[in-house]
Design a protein around this ligand. Structure first.
Ligand code: C2E
Ligand code: CA
Ligand code: CA
Length: 759
């Protein structure tokens, strides 16, 4: 029962030694009982009794968990063998009765078998065999009868076979021991604490860490139950003793469910231990690991996954969880969510760089956190979108939304610049609008959308009709998808007049959708939907190809202008698409003008500028559309250097009422001239407007005053009608009222952008 090195394996030797010695005792005691106490047998009986006592020592010691020296296990065995041998001798020598004979012979044979099976060293085992069998053989030989000689031969044969049988038995035992030793050293190689338990959760084996955990030696651990070890020996400063019961339940569960079970327990000093129990064929294994560092790392990673790294506040995933919890209790604990979108954030990011953008986001975050009370949640959903969850009723939430807009719109001082941004807020109430987290987010999103739609810097409650609108938009998207395939889209053209050339120099392609049931639908309605859904890509390509195809038949002096959306640029491949369209339609690139709005430039300026350079290299002209509606317009003008700038209609409309509008037009005129950029003014509806613009140096004009957008066949007639030229020449002579006559005059009140009036 030696321990192998410091490995301290708890070996099965313990129970084997016990069994062995019990067997010893039985072998001696059984014949004693059978014996009829003849005088000779009486003498032997004293020896047997002594042996019984000796044999009983090791099992008693084992039960008392007392470590006996190895010799104590060898000597009782040898004595038992000698006693059995003596008894055999006596019993086979006449005049002992026949039944006693058999008992004596059996005792000797039993001892011989035990000696063979014992794991004592070979010579010792053989000696024991000789002590038991020798006297039997001699006793038989002394009888001098033929069957006694046969018995002698049998005993000798057994003795001769002894080494062979014994070695075989020992080899099997040795292999088992080796396997155990290997297991033990393997377990010691694992620097985790590991122990094995057999039937009844009795400890079989464990490595040194395991023994240290229970402050036990290998021998002490052997045979103890898990329950005993955990309740009486566990050397851990548990914060909660109740954890022991939980661990025992867990071990039972692992065995019952045949599934690995884990539990972390807290120790004093903020340490954490992880216990794992796994089922084995006849019991279970236990693994214990210091999880303090791993847990800290897990906590850090989890916190990172739930935190927005720019602002340090909760991110979308974390907010989602909070919202779900709040939504579940909305009936008893109503709340509101505020979806916040920053206005003009992209421009800051674009003109001042990402570092400044990040700083701005952090400042916005701080203002929102300052606004929020205890228990209210603020999160950044990504980009320039924030969200607040607050326990408020309808009225309070309205005040709060207004305060958000106000707080975010206060100026910021970043990198030495004073920055002004705005915020739009959408408000959804729980449980009033919904008690479902997803629906609430959608509702707040729709309200935000409506807030942005109604001019930025405002806030809106969610209303049912917003949901209706959203559904309508979805319907339009679906119909548009089908409509593109069914050629329901037509391209109309609106003439652009050159003041200098006094004729139509270009026509702008404007798409129209002839919906099978709803009639004409305005591009103002379906273009934004096409942009959001990505349908703008096939739609844009269709318009471009159609425009090139139609304009091919026009005079060579008339160009065609095609609108490009920011979303087309964002999705990429614009230059390649234009090259393909020009090649397939064989349309000269220098007769094509690409109209791009400022917002297209703002979203990803570098990428868009690179694409525009590619277009210019092909020979395509580039016009900056809706100029003046964006942010830092003049900066864009010099950075982007378009061939043409189209002043937005709003300026013309305001010109009469607002002196600033005309001043801006004049300033742009001066800069455009400097940069050699043509200036076009859109939305010219009245003669007065035209007068003012002409006087202030506009190069081109476009508007209902000349013509509304017309179908391709009409425009083809108009542009190739030589009759228009002499009259258009009169543009230079304001006294001649007939200058508008080549183009029927359109009453602006009639031609609004309503679908039914477009065609
Ligand atoms: P836009 O590019 O600014 O086009 C000019 C819009 O002003 C057109 O509206 C035109 O009909 C209208 N308009 C022209 N003259 C006057 C006028 O004197 N007074 C008034 N009140 N309006 C005038 P439309 O055709 O409804 O197009 C609206 C917008 O839809 C366009 O604005 C453009 O942004 C977009 N769009 C139209 N077709 C396309 C297209 O093929 N692709 C893309 N990406 N966008 C398009
Ligand atoms: Ca345009
Ligand atoms: Ca425009």
């Amino acid at each position: 029962m030696a321990e192998s090195g410091g490995a301290a394996a708890v070996r099965r030797g313990g129970s084997q030694g016990l069994l062995y010695n019990l067997a010893c005792a039985l072998c001696v005691a059984a014949p004693l009982l059978v014996c009829r106490f003849s005088t000779l047998a009486d003498a032997a009986a004293v020896a047997f009794l002594l042996t019984v006592v000796l044999c009983a020592v090791p099992p008693v010691a084992a039960l008392a968990k007392f470590d006996l020296p190895e010799e104590w296990l060898v000597w009782p065995g040898a004595l038992a063998a000698l006693a059995a041998g003596a008894m055999a001798f006596v019993s086979v020598t006449p005049p002992v009765p026949a039944d006693m004979r058999t008992a004596g012979a059996l005792a000797a044979l039993g001892q011989a078998v035990l000696a063979m099976e014992s794991d004592a060293p070979q010579p010792l085992a053989r000696w024991r065999g000789a002590l038991a069998l020798g006297p039997l053989a001699v006793g038989l030989a002394l009888r001098q009868t033929p069957d006694a000689y046969v018995g002698v031969a049998g005993v000798l044969a057994l003795f001769l076979a002894f080494p062979l049988i014994s070695r075989r038995i020992q080899r099997v035992a040795q292999t088992e021991t080796e396997a155990e030793t290997r297991l033990t050293s393997a377990l010691n190689g694992v620097n985790q604490c590991f122990g094995l338990f057999g039937k009844g959760q009795v400890c079989l084996s464990g490595n040194s860490e395991f023994l240290r955990l229970f402050k036990l030696t290998a021998h002490e651990a052997r045979g103890r139950t898990l329950n005993d070890m955990m309740t009486r020996r566990l050397a851990l400063p548990l914060k909660d003793r109740g954890d022991i019961d939980r661990l025992l339940d867990l071990a039972a569960a692992a065995q019952k469910k045949k599934l690995r079970q884990k539990l972390c327990v807290d120790l004093a000093g903020d340490r954490i231990m992880e216990f794992a129990f796994s089922p084995t064929p006849d019991g279970l294994s236990m693994q214990v690991e210091d999880a303090t560092r791993r847990r800290a790392e897990e906590v850090r990673i989890e916190r990172m996954a739930r935190t927005d790294d720019v602002t340090g506040m909760a991110n979308r995933a974390a907010f989602r969880e909070l919202l779900e919890q709040a939504a579940a209790e909305a009936a008893s604990n109503p709340f509101a969510i505020f979806m916040i979108d920053l206005d003009r954030f992209k421009q800051v990011n674009d003109t001042m760089g990402h570092a400044a953008g990040d700083k701005l986001l952090s400042r916005v975050a701080k203002r929102l956190l300052d606004l929020a009370a205890e228990g209210e949640e603020v999160a950044r959903l990504g980009g320039d979108e924030f969200v607040v969850l607050a326990r408020m009723n309808r009225e309070e939430s309205g005040h709060f939304a207004a305060r958000i807009v106000e707080a975010v719109s206060e100026p910021y001082q970043i990198e030495g610049s004073k920055l002004l941004i705005g915020a739009s807020v959408g408000v959804a109430l729980a449980p009033e609008d919904s008690s479902d987290a997803s629906d609430l987010m959608k509702a707040a999103d729709m309200a935000l959308y409506a807030a942005k739609d109604g001019g930025r810097g405002g806030w809106r409650y969610f209303t049912r009709d917003m949901g209706e609108n959203a559904r309508r938009r979805q319907q339009i998207e679906q119909d548009l998808r089908i409509g593109i395939g069914r050629n329901e889209l037509e391209v109309h053209y609106q003439p652009i007049i050159s003041f200098a050339k006094r004729r139509i120099c270009c026509c702008e392609a404007l798409v129209r959708w002839r919906h099978p049931t709803q009639g004409m639908i305005s591009p103002g309605l379906f273009i934004p939907i096409a942009e959001e859904s990505g349908l703008i890509v096939p739609l844009g390509e269709y318009v471009l190809r159609q425009a090139c195809e139609d304009a091919k038949s026009w005079p060579r002096t008339v160009r065609v202008a095609v609108n490009f959306s920011a979303h087309q640029f964002a999705r990429g491949g614009v230059a390649e698409m234009v090259r393909r369209a020009l090649r397939d339609t064989k349309f000269p690139p220098n007769r094509l003008e690409a109209e791009i709005t400022e917002s297209a430039l703002m979203s990803d300026a570098d990428n868009v500028l690179a694409t525009l350079d590619e277009l210019r290299d092909m020979g395509v002209r580039v016009a900056l559309d809706d100029f003046g509606t964006g942010y830092s317009s003049l900066a864009y003008l010099s950075r982007f250097r378009p061939d043409k700038v189209k002043i937005d209609q709003s300026f013309v409309r305001e010109m009469g009422k607002n002196a600033a509008s005309l001043a801006i037009i004049k300033a742009v005129r001066a800069l455009a001239k400097e940069l050699n950029i043509d200036m076009l003014v859109e939305g010219v509806e009245t003669q007065e407007q035209l007068e003012i613009l002409r006087a202030n140096g506009a190069d081109e004009a476009q508007g209902f005053l000349f013509s509304k957008p017309r179908p391709a066949n009409e425009i083809a007639r108009l542009v190739s009608d030589p009759a228009q030229l002499p009259r258009a020449r009169k543009l230079n002579n304001p006294d001649d009222a007939s200058w508008t006559s080549p183009f029927e005059r359109v009453d602006p009140n009639v031609v609004a952008l309503r679908p039914e009036s477009i065609s």
